[in-house]
Design a protein around this ligand. Structure first.
Ligand code: FAD
Ligand code: FES
Ligand code: MG
Length: 253
């Protein structure tokens, strides 16, 4: 059992939690993720490691409440325990050998891009960041293209957020041939490469995001296929969400 040592609501739909998980805190690197189960009968959901404190032995997660499991997770409080918390999974984000990097985040992706930006900064890289709602309002690709045209010679762009946003970031950087890393978040189940749930097409080859990713070369990813697969279970998810909401409503009554 993994104790929730801190819970903070960042806005009405996004919550931060710190979980007591010393073995994961010891090993986690930016870009990796965990898979958790809220309770014994719960489904497994992946969440990015949004931070860690190696001394305290805690791992930070930041999640958006979008469906049944994230709703259930958000009903837990400090002192409650998660049934499973497995990780760190996935390949850490490659951060060595760069001089100037632009980190582009969207939605909850901004929060989970933070440890990557921090690591790059620690390594002496000049880091620029763009997100879709802080400061200037609009789509992230507008300032990105402006900065590229203004002569910011990035040797890498890293983008984390909704698939559609990452698809357009890649469309923006490709004409300038700026290497672009995307963080893919397909449906995951076991997180160990055995179930095949997280497969993607990258450069015409099948890859498993849980073991080969979640970071991939954005120029090679088939985003349209990934978006289609991500929408496959919409009907089931809607039903599960309304059942979870009804359950909590009954508890309140
Ligand atoms: P549902 O109604 O079941 O699903 C809502 C949407 O979430 C679905 O349409 C689907 O696209 C996605 N989803 C559902 N189940 C899964 C699953 N098992 N695996 C992947 N996607 C799923 N979200 C965050 O808010 N913060 C994060 O840090 C974060 N990191 C992620 C890292 C990785 C590597 C992956 C693969 C996903 C990450 N996600 C993150 C997405 C998060 O896993 C889903 O939002 C969550 O699983 C939704 O579950 P639900 O039951 O509440 O909603
Ligand atoms: Fe099962 Fe990747 S989540 S193979
Ligand atoms: Mg679900």
């Amino acid at each position: 059992m993994y104790k929730i040592v801190k819970k903070k609501s960042l806005n009405p739909t996004v919550t931060l939690m710190e979980i007591d998980a010393p073995l994961i805190a010891k090993k986690a690197q930016p870009g990796q993720f965990i898979i958790l189960r809220v309770d014994e009968d719960g489904e497994r959901i992946p969440l990015t490691v949004a931070g860690y404190d190696r001394e305290k032995g805690t791992v930070r997660i930041i999640f958006q409440i979008v469906g049944a499991t994230t709703e259930k997770l958000n009903h837990l409080n400090e002192g409650d325990c998660l049934h499973d918390f497995v990780g760190p999974l996935g390949v850490p984000t490659h951060t060595d050998g760069y001089k100037k990097v632009c980190v582009v985040g969207g939605g909850v992706g901004c929060a989970i891009a933070l440890p990557i930006a921090e690591k790059l900064h620690e390594l002496g890289v000049e880091v620029h960041s763009i997100d879709g709602s802080h400061g200037r309002q609009g789509v992230v690709t507008t300032p990105l293209e402006e900065m590229i045209k203004a002569g910011e010679n990035y040797d890498l762009v890293i983008t984390i957020g909704p698939l559609i946003m990452m698809k357009f970031v890649v469309k923006t950087t490709k004409p300038y041939n700026i290497p672009t890393t995307v963080s893919m978040n397909p449906i995951m189940i076991d997180g160990t490469g055995m179930c095949g749930g997280c497969r993607l097409t990258v450069g015409g080859e099948t890859k498993f995001a849980c073991v080969d990713g979640p970071d991939f070369d954005g120029f090679q990813v088939d985003f349209d296929e990934a978006m289609k697969r991500g929408a496959m279970y919409k009907e089931f998810e809607r039903k599960a969400y309304s059942e979870a909401c009804n359950l909590f409503k009954k508890e309140v009554e």
